[in-house]
Design a protein around this ligand. Structure first.
Ligand SMILES: O=C(O)CCC(=O)C(=O)O
Ligand SMILES: [Fe+2]
Length: 317
C-alpha cells in the first residue's frame, strides 16, 4: 500500500522549472526617448541570420498569396504563417520592453508584415492613430501607452520617400490633429530613417502615416503590436491549437488564445507567472498580501508604474 505522504504529495507544478526572468527592459535613456518622442529606435537589435530567416519567410508567404499588381503585400497574424516567425512573439530584443509596460497581462494584440514595393500604388496610409478613434484610450488613460507597436526593420530605410513611416514626434500627447485623415506634409513631421536590423517601439497614440515609395528599393518590415490582455485582439479570434502546442510557454501565453472573452481580463491560473520578477526571481511581490491569496489574484507592479513617476505626462486635450 502506498504511504500517506506519497499519495498526498502535491503534484509538481507543470512547467515550473521553465519559469524564467524577463530579458532586460527600458534603460532610463530609452524610457525618456520613448515618452518624449512616442517612438524609440534601437539599432543593431537583430542578427543578420535572423533577418535573413524572416526575409525568407516573408518571401514564402508572399509567393503563396495573391499579390496585387503594384507589389503591395501585407499579412496579419503572420506569426502563425511560418515557423521562422514564432521567435518574434517573445524575442529577447524587445519582450523585456513590452513586459515593462504590460507585465503579467502582456498580449500580442496583432502581428502584421508589410512589403511596400516601389511605385505609386503602395497604398500610403493617411494620418491616423491606431486603435479606437471615437473615444481613444487616452480619453480614459491620458498618461498610459495603452498599445504599442514593435517594428523590426528588414531593409535599410536610410532615405526619405521610400515608403517610410512618418510621424510627428511628441504628438502622442494630443488627441486632435489638424491633418487627420489627409496625406498632407505637416510641420515637425519626420520620416523614419533606420538601418536594417533596427528595432522601433511606437506608442500607437502617436500620429503617423506612410509616404509613397519613390525609390528603387522594396521596403520590408514586420510589426508586432502589444497591449494588456484585456484589450481586444486585433488580428485573430483564437489560434490553431496544434500550432499553439509548438510554442514555448511564454509565447503560448502571450498569444492569449482564450475561448471565453472574459478570460482576457482574468486569465487562467496556469498562465501565472508569465515571467518571474527580474531582480528577485520571485513569482510575487513580498509583503503585499496575506499568504492565502492566490497567485492569480495578486497584483504585480509593472516597471511602467515605477517609470510613471519619471513623468509620462500626457495632458488629455
Ligand atoms: O506601414 C507602416 O509603417 C504603418 C502602417 C500603419 O500605420 C498601420 O498599419 O496602422
Ligand atoms: Fe497605423
Amino acid at each position: 500500500m502506498a504511504t500517506v505522504s506519497a499519495t498526498c504529495a502535491p503534484p509538481p507544478i507543470e512547467g515550473f522549472r521553465s519559469f524564467r526572468r524577463p530579458p532586460p527592459g527600458f534603460t532610463l535613456g530609452q524610457w525618456q526617448e520613448f515618452q518624449d518622442r512616442g517612438l524609440l529606435v534601437v539599432e543593431n537589435a537583430f542578427r543578420d541570420q535572423e533577418l535573413e530567416a524572416w526575409r525568407g519567410a516573408i518571401l514564402r508567404a508572399q509567393s503563396s498569396a495573391e499579390i496585387r499588381a503594384d507589389g503591395f503585400f501585407t499579412l496579419r497574424n503572420f506569426v502563425e504563417a511560418d515557423p521562422a516567425f514564432t521567435d518574434l512573439i517573445d524575442h529577447s530584443a524587445y519582450v523585456g520592453l513590452v513586459y515593462d509596460l504590460y507585465g503579467e497581462m502582456l498580449k500580442l494584440q496583432l502581428s502584421e508584415l508589410f512589403v511596400r514595393a516601389p511605385g505609386g500604388g503602395t497604398r500610403p496610409e493617411r494620418w491616423h492613430i491606431d486603435g479606437p478613434r471615437v473615444l481613444p484610450y487616452a480619453a480614459f488613460a491620458p498618461g498610459a501607452p495603452m498599445q504599442v507597436k514593435v517594428g523590426v526593420w528588414i531593409t535599410d530605410m536610410l532615405h526619405p520617400d521610400m515608403g517610410n513611416l512618418a510621424f510627428v514626434p511628441g504628438s502622442h500627447r494630443h488627441q486632435y490633429f489638424d491633418a487627420y485623415d489627409t496625406d498632407e506634409v505637416v510641420r515637425g513631421e519626420e520620416q523614419l530613417l533606420v538601418r536594417r536590423g533596427s528595432l522601433t517601439l511606437m506608442d500607437t497614440a502617436l500620429w503617423h502615416r506612410t509616404v509613397p515609395n519613390d525609390s528603387a528599393v522594396t521596403r520590408m518590415n514586420v510589426y508586432l503590436g502589444y497591449c494588456p490582455s484585456w484589450l481586444p485582439t486585433s488580428d485573430r479570434e483564437t489560434s490553431d491549437p496544434v500550432w499553439l502546442a509548438s510554442l514555448n510557454r511564454e509565447q503560448r501565453i502571450i498569444m492569449r488564445s482564450y475561448a471565453k472573452a472574459y478570460s482576457h481580463a482574468k486569465p487562467p491560473p496556469e498562465d501565472y507567472p508569465l515571467f518571474l520578477d527580474r531582480d528577485s526571481g520571485a513569482d510575487r511581490e513580498p509583503d503585499r498580501y496575506r499568504d492565502h491569496v492566490k497567485l492569480l489574484h495578486r497584483k504585480r507592479t509593472t516597471a511602467w508604474e515605477r517609470f510613471r513617476a519619471v513623468a509620462y505626462d500626457r495632458p488629455a486635450n
